[in-house]
Design a protein around this ligand. Structure first.
Ligand SMILES: Cc1ncc(COP(=O)(O)O)c(C=O)c1O
Length: 424
């Protein structure tokens, strides 16, 4: 489904004109579509239904507790990478018994927190971490359920900063270490090996890496069982593609097609940790044009949404569609076209004192004026969660739309919020 559509030359989120939300809540403003969140979650659940998977929405991609509650109520579980994320899951009122705790550097306090919450399992990334989990579990008189994170050395052909399953990345362990640690678990009364974990990177726009990973998982599980393990979980992580540009990401059913046969053959439960593919296209970032200017032969559109709100373009050089909320030119099918009738190239920038504070360079855009609204699309994932107060800019508000209703799910920060934790 399309959550954001132009109707009568004005952008709507579901049945709500987003300009109305900007009037009511100000800018920068994050606008989310409830229906889009749910339809993407349901698409994954339905695609993998034959295996009744545990879908652990990756909290890191967008952790607003109203969104966690929405997904929890729809049957999602959660993948967390910190005590803070586990706290959010609890605050959302979600069950923790199906939570998976991932991450390369869990502290003892976080391990203890996970054990107290009786989570489904920890994804373990190194021997020192395994030892720490065992020690904390022993001190609590508990048995920690773990999966070992294998680095399968698969090239997921994604951005170098978001590739995680290649040899040389900081994540996981190679097969030799995996097997050695599996043997160690067998001898430890405070550890139980639940399964194998892999996460290859993000976003992955082809299905082949998942097929390779699922095949690898089958091999490893077969071997582990020969060694005497009761291993019955395969967790293939997240990373499903998101269509930032058009429809470049395969649907969930395509990933399912290549993964299912191997997991069925392994007779394992399947866990997945999707984030971006659920929330990415469920959100836009609205900014208001502060000034336009022409300098050095270029047109600049300076808006009040900036890299402190959405850092992805500055951090990864990522592409986001950008178009006015009430355009004088209809939105094109190709937002990257060098020439669009009625448009002129422009750099879309924010007010932050960094040249990197640029959302788009030389982008064909219609005329805009001071006060106009711009929408930056596909901003629902890795947007708010990576936002900061750089340049002492309060973070924007977040609004969730359901049909013709909209509700504030995070208030705009105030100047007082900026200094609330500081002491003089
Ligand atoms: C271990 C792990 N699982 C899941 C995810 C979620 O990935 P995505 O949001 O691309 O689905 C990530 C992303 O960094 C991750 O590192």
């Amino acid at each position: 489904m399309e959550a954001f559509q132009y109707k009568g030359n004005e952008l709507f989120c579901e049945d709500v004109p987003v300009a109305r939300l900007a009037e009511e809540f100000g800018t920068p403003l994050w606008v989310y579509s409830q229906a889009k969140f749910l339809s993407e979650f349901n698409a994954i659940r339905d695609a993998f239904a034959a295996l009744d998977p545990v879908i652990c929405y990756s909290v890191k991609s967008n952790s607003n507790i109203s969104l966690l509650k929405l997904l929890g109520d729809a049957g999602s579980s959660f993948d967390v990478v910190s005590g803070g994320e586990l706290f959010r899951v609890q605050q959302a009122g979600a069950e923790t018994s199906k939570v998976i705790f991932a991450g390369v550097g869990k502290t003892d306090a976080e391990i203890r927190y996970g054990l107290e919450a009786d989570i489904l399992m920890f994804n373990v990334e190194s021997e020192p971490e395994l030892d720490a989990i065992s020690a904390v579990a022993k001190s609590m008189g508990k048995v920690a359920r773990v999966a070992l994170r294998l680095n399968p050395d698969i090239d997921a052909k994604t951005h170098s900063k978001t590739t995680t399953g290649k040899k040389g990345n900081k994540f996981g362990m190679d097969i030799e270490r995996h097997n050695a640690l599996a043997a160690k678990v067998l001898k430890d009364d405070h550890l139980e090996l639940r399964g194998i974990h892999m996460h290859l990177g993000s976003p992955i726009l082809t299905t082949e890496p998942y097929e390779e990973a699922a095949k690898k998982a089958l091999e490893v599980v077969t071997e582990l069982r020969k060694q005497g393990h009761q291993t019955n979980w395969v967790n293939l992580g997240g990373g499903f593609g998101l269509s930032y540009r058009g429809s470049e990401a395969p649907p969930a059913s395509e990933y399912a097609k290549v993964i299912l046969p191997y997991i069925q053959e392994a007779k394992c439960r399947l866990a997945l940790e999707p984030g971006r593919s659920i929330c990415g296209n469920a959100g836009v970032l609205l900014g208001r044009v502060i000034f336009t200017k022409r300098e050095g032969g270029k047109r600049f559109i300076i808006q009040d949404a900036a890299m402190n709100d959405l850092v992805r373009p500055a951090m990864y050089g990522s592409f986001h569609k950008i178009w006015p909320v009430k355009p004088t030119v209809a939105a094109p099918s190709d937002f990257e076209a060098a020439e669009i009738p009625g448009c002129e190239p422009a750099d879309v920038v924010g007010p932050i004192c960094e040249s990197g504070d640029t959302f788009a360079t030389g982008r064909a855009l219609p005329p805009v004026e001071r006060g106009d609204l711009l929408a930056t699309f596909s901003a629902g994932a890795y947007g708010t969660v990576m936002s900061s107060n750089y340049n002492s800019r309060p973070r924007g508000a977040e609004v969730l739309v359901d049909g013709n209703k909209a509700r504030l799910i995070r208030k705009r920060e105030t100047l007082e919020d900026l200094i609330a934790a500081e002491r003089v």
